[in-house]
Design a protein around this ligand. Structure first.
Ligand code: TXE
Length: 479
């Protein structure tokens, strides 16, 4: 049992109230630690510490800030196995995934923004009458609020640009998966960050999260999470004109044309649907297949889905672990029940997976494939965020586009075809912030990342995140 502590002003401290709540291991359905139930008083301490640290951190040369971020990345890498195991236990994800994706990407995030710190700069404008340049200056005390699906990956993705650009940070991980952020907080002093530059607050969204959005001392919030929470944060922040970046949900289409390269496409669609038990905002949960190959694809896809290794997340062979929590499992199962009511035919899966032994009370759901649903039904419109994919046939490019674009979301899409001209046309006309051609989730951290419509506001990624966390000042003189 581990009691997690807040990290404020360089010290680990319990919440002022002395209150904690349970941290549950979703693979066994039992508590294995406690999380601080922090509130406004704790936040006050953190904001004060961050405010005090800001002037010196702002004036620290970018190379030095970069060196500290890189050092923190090294410290994580040196503990890869420890972090991977902790992430797997906290989330229910396969340790294989945590070791190969979550944790290496977390240190890669820190390194990417260490690089960005060294190269990020303003612009010059030369005119006949005037010469101008812009300065990019840190905002001050900023906050990051991150979710439970990719805990350390998204925690560092937000924290790194905030620090690289010279801000002091209040970072709040999800209360459902706080462990790796806590482990990272134990490395911050060793990496050499001055006290108060990095503050990590644990607790519930409705209390500490909401307090962050209302606090007058916090000038910007970068949030990743559900759309409903994003709207809440946006409206709270609006009252104070806080800067807000929102990376929200998705209902992403995987669009497969008859000429697509077969093996690569089936594998890509499978990874897109079920990676991390379908709990990635980028997951392709609506699979659109050209009518000519619909039956052939369905057969191959269902067979592959049945062969996914479901198991104890700590087992090396496992590729499909537990969903993150009991309420989330129930939400996903509720959507499967809804799909049936809406006329959906379950081709495989569709149930909670009962496990034997250690995981007998864990929150496992079988990878599920459903067909026979209309594009406009709730199952095909709302984010389920679990191992549930629907199959839909389409006749041609225009119909594929119409179905793809007909949801309130617009985060990511993947298009599978060998026809380059068609791929280009689709990329132009799909309403989403990201389009992958013949791949899924191939990420270049330098590229802009974010969604249209209800999938969010703003873009992350190297340059964009540095822009978000800075104010631009124009300086002009006559020629
Ligand atoms: O996430 P929340 P939840 C989607 C997914 C999921 C749904 C709800 O569909 O089923 O969202 O998940 C903090 N003020 N995604 O409820 O609430 C919270 O403590 C300030 C998509 O678990 O969005 C946590 O740190 N903060 C997604 C963070 O917000 C608040 C990833 C995310 O929690 C708050 C996760 C408030 N009022 C879920 N309420 C993605 N885009 O990747 C909560 N929080």
């Amino acid at each position: 049992m581990t009691d997690i502590l807040n990290f404020i002003g360089g010290e680990h401290i319990a919440p002022v109230s002395g209150q904690f709540f349970d941290n549950i291991d979703p693979a066994i359905g039992k508590p294995y630690g406690r999380v601080p139930d922090s509130g406004e008083k704790d936040l006050e301490l953190a904001v004060r510490a961050a405010k005090n640290a800001f002037p010196a951190w702002r004036d620290t040369p970018a190379e030095q800030r970069a060196a500290l971020l890189a050092r923190l990345a090294d410290l994580i890498d040196a503990r890869l196995e420890e972090f991977a195991r902790a992430e797997s236990i906290d989330t229910g994800k396969p340790i294989w995934l945590a070791r190969n994706v979550d944790i290496p990407r977390s240190s890669a995030n820190l390194r990417a923004f260490a690089d960005a710190a060294k190269t990020f700069s303003g612009q010059r404008f030369e005119k006949k009458e005037s010469q101008s340049y812009t300065l990019r200056q840190p905002i001050g005390v900023v906050a990051t609020i991150s979710p439970w699906n990719l805990p350390l990956l998204l925690f560092t993705w937000k924290m790194a640009p905030a620090l690289a650009s010279g801000n002091c940070v209040i970072a709040k991980p999800s209360e459902v998966t706080p462990m790796t952020a806590y482990m990272l907080s134990q490395l911050v002093n060793e990496a050499g960050f001055p006290q108060g530059v990095v503050n990590i607050m644990h607790g519930r969204g409705a209390t500490i999260g909401a307090a962050i959005t209302r606090h007058l001392g916090i000038a910007a919030i970068s949030f990743t999470g559900g759309t409903a929470t994003g709207i809440d944060i946006y409206s709270n922040a609006a009252k104070q004109l806080k800067k807000v970046s929102l990376e929200l949900g998705g209902k992403n289409p995987t669009i497969i044309f008859a000429d697509a390269e077969w093996e690569k496409t089936v594998e890509g669609a499978l990874a897109g649907a079920f990676t991390n038990q379908g709990q990635v905002c980028l997951c392709g949960s609506r699979i659109l297949v050209q009518a000519a190959i619909y039956d052939k694809f369905k057969e191959a896809f269902v067979a592959k889905t049945r062969s996914i290794a479901i198991g104890d997340p700590l087992d090396e062979a496992t590729r499909h672990g537990a969903t993150v929590s009991q309420p989330h499992m129930e939400k996903v199962l509720g959507y499967i029940a809804l799909a049936k009511e809406e006329g959906g035919k379950i081709l495989t899966g569709g149930k909670r997976k009962m496990m034997a032994g250690r995981c007998q009370d864990g929150y496992f759901i079988e990878p599920t494939v459903i067909e026979n649903l209309s594009p406009g039904c709730r199952t095909n419109q709302e984010e389920i965020f679990g191992p549930v994919a629907t199959l839909m046939p389409f006749a041609d490019e225009n119909e594929a586009l119409a179905i793809a674009n007909a949801t309130p979301y617009g985060l990511a899409a993947s298009v599978w075809t060998q026809d380059k001209a068609r791929a280009t046309r689709m990329a132009q006309r799909i309403d989403s912030g990201i389009v992958w051609l013949n791949c899924w989730n191939l990420r270049d951290l330098d590229t802009p990342f974010g969604g249209m419509k209800k999938s969010g506001i703003g873009r992350e990624g190297k340059q964009r995140a540095m822009e978000f966390f800075t104010e631009e000042k124009t300086v002009t003189a006559p020629r």
